[in-house]
Design a protein around this ligand. Structure first.
Ligand SMILES: CC/C=C\CC/C=C/CC(=O)SCCNC(=O)CCNC(=O)[C@H](O)C(C)(C)COP(=O)(O)OP(=O)(O)OC[C@H]1O[C@@H](n2cnc3c(N)ncnc32)[C@H](O)[C@@H]1OP(=O)(O)O
Length: 289
């Protein structure tokens, strides 16, 4: 209930801000954790995640992200979105572990519903989505990138990308897996999911997790030039083609959303899984020394 009210407020506040800043030509609207800048005639918006320190996808962040996408989707002048991060060195650390640890089943269910919602909206978007991956991108961070039509990644060996859930003692849900298989093929996905592989850029390119590597300072300009190429295709044929390619994967979740929420809730509530998450969080803390 509280979240629905927050959502209404955000939509309203966002549209007021959007109107005010349209006076300058380039429009922008911002929530606390997501900044969206649209740049006039080209019909392209740049969406920046800014949930420091690591752009973890907290419930608030997911909600703001979903609302921002919804607004762009409803703005017929926007044809493409570049998804990137404002946090230095991090694209997104994925789902917020603190939303999945030490909470109650109702919270897990609410959180997962919102994860599903963002995924469905991103994966089935009619807009052209290009990710400018300017930092580490584990698990849910990789998921965001995989939803895009094209992935440009900074060629910095410190950054890795992949679905590493098994390293946390958890299991990637079937729809994460489906999208991985669609992107890199069954054999590679099978191996990478079991090992929880986080690919450095060169390997990510080789296996097909990303489409292109560029020097870090060129990620944004490359994403723009990729976008220009995709914008040259008529929307209706591109959209129908995208829908044809993605519908079965999206429908697979749509038809069992409630069961997937229940499955997540009971899995994540298990003592053994909570213990694994606790150990992983401790490991993250200790890393700092
Ligand atoms: C049936 C289905 C069941 C379950 C499916 C559930 C699916 C889950 C998918 C996910 O997305 S799970 C999340 C997976 N994410 C990760 O494994 C990433 C973990 N983080 C890192 O590896 C690193 O933090 C980083 C490479 C992203 C960044 O490294 P660095 O710049 O060195 O920062 P720190 O490690 O010092 O982290 C700063 C701060 O942030 C906290 N943090 C990091 N990641 C998360 C996260 N995903 N959620 C919440 N918080 C996170 C970290 O603990 C530090 O907190 P402090 O309080 O110690 O400052």
């Amino acid at each position: 209930m509280a979240l629905a009210a927050a959502r209404r407020l955000l939509l309203h506040a966002g549209s007021r801000l959007g109107r005010r800043e349209a006076v300058d030509g380039a429009r922008r609207f911002a929530n606390k954790r997501v900044l969206v800048e649209t740049e006039g005639p080209a019909g392209v918006a740049v969406m920046k995640l800014r949930n420091p320190p690591v752009n973890s996808l907290s419930l608030e962040c997911l909600t703001e992200f979903t609302i921002s996408l919804e607004k762009l989707e409803n703005d017929k002048s926007i044809r493409g979105v570049i998804l990137t991060s404002e946090c230095p060195g991090i694209f997104s650390a994925g789902l917020d572990l603190l939303e999945m640890y030490g909470r109650n089943p109702a919270h897990y269910a609410e959180y997962w519903k919102n994860v599903q919602e963002l995924w469905l909206r991103l994966y089935t978007s009619n807009m052209i989505l290009v990710s400018a991956i300017n930092g580490a991108s584990p698990a849910g961070g990789c998921l965001l990138a995989l939803c895009c039509d094209y992935r440009v990644m900074a060629d910095n060996p410190k950054y890795t990308i992949g679905l590493n859930e098994s390293l946390l003692g958890i299991v990637a849900p079937f729809w994460f897996k489906d999208m991985y298989v669609n992107t890199i093929g069954h054999r590679e996905a099978e191996r990478a999911l079991q090992l929880g592989t986080l690919f450095p850029p060169a390997e990510a390119l080789k296996v097909g997790v990303v489409d292109e590597l560029v020097p870090e300072d060129k990620v944004h300009s490359k994403a723009r030039s990729v976008m220009a190429k995709w914008l040259a295709i008529p929307d209706h044929s591109r959209q129908l083609t995208k829908n044809m390619m993605r519908k079965a994967t999206a429908d697979n979740l749509i038809k069992q959303r409630e069961a997937d929420i229940q499955n997540f809730t009971s899995f994540i509530s298990k003592d053994s899984i909570q213990k694994s998450l606790h150990m992983y969080l401790e490991k993250l803390k200790q890393k700092k020394g």
